[in-house]
Ligand binder design. Structure first.
Ligand SMILES: [Zn+2]
Length: 214
């Protein structure tokens, strides 16, 4: 079974060990270690009903390392699929169109995608739900804001899809006062999923997204 950051399907690709990761992925992992979620951001995501699966980037990094999760570039079904969690291969896959791209904005975007997929990997069940996506999206949205604070204007130069239409857009709409755009975006990508699951009971927002009750 596959978890997706965007909304697409499984693609197989030969694995590689964490220590053999490309420089781009190693750079992303180094950034992950330093990620801190702002308390205001944590308060906000809990308020809308999300439960972030990790407290900070170091926890994400340690989980990836201790679980022996591999990270690699792999083909994806489309430009809009930025990353996938492949439970069968214990691997987080990043769209290979970013392979060897060391542009800082792209490295940070890849790190956010890794953080998101690690959130999926944590429950080890190979299933997803709108609530689980809300939880995992809160991770990349909060990490994005941490990078924005640490590296002002870093994303301005990033024209790549993963930067502009991926992590930047998600972070922006996640923290908008009016959740309309977040709801529409999640409906577009994840409306086929159940509102919640045993490990991730649906909050009101997840039910609202699923059944379009507003
Ligand atoms: Zn996801």
């Amino acid at each position: 079974m596959i978890k997706v950051f965007a909304y697409n399907n499984n693609i197989c690709y030969q694995g590689q060990k964490l220590k053999n990761n490309s420089d781009t992925i190693n750079l992303a992992l180094e950034e992950i270690k330093k990620v801190q979620f702002a308390q205001n951001d944590i308060n906000y995501v809990y308020k809308i009903g999300a439960k972030p699966p990790f407290k900070n980037g170091q926890e994400v990094y340690d989980f990836i390392k201790n679980s022996k999760i591999k990270i690699k570039f792999a083909p994806m079904p489309s430009h809009d699929t930025h990353a996938q969690w492949d439970i069968d291969e214990n691997t987080i896959k990043i769209n290979e169109i970013y392979k060897n791209n060391k542009n800082k904005a792209v490295v940070l975007a890849i790190s956010e995608a890794i953080i998101h997929e690690a959130g999926h990997a944590k429950d080890n069940d190979g299933e997803s739900s709108i609530q689980e996506e809300l939880n995992c999206l809160s991770l990349n949205a909060m990490a994005h804001r941490d990078y924005d604070r640490k590296y002002p204007n870093i994303y301005d130069s990033g024209q790549e899809n993963i930067v502009k239409n991926g992590v930047t857009l998600y972070s922006e709409i996640y923290f908008e006062q009016n959740p309309y755009r977040l709801i529409k975006k999640i409906q577009k990508s994840y409306s086929h999923l159940p509102p919640g699951d045993v490990i991730h009971p649906a909050c009101n927002l997840a039910y609202a997204i699923k059944y379009n009750h507003f």
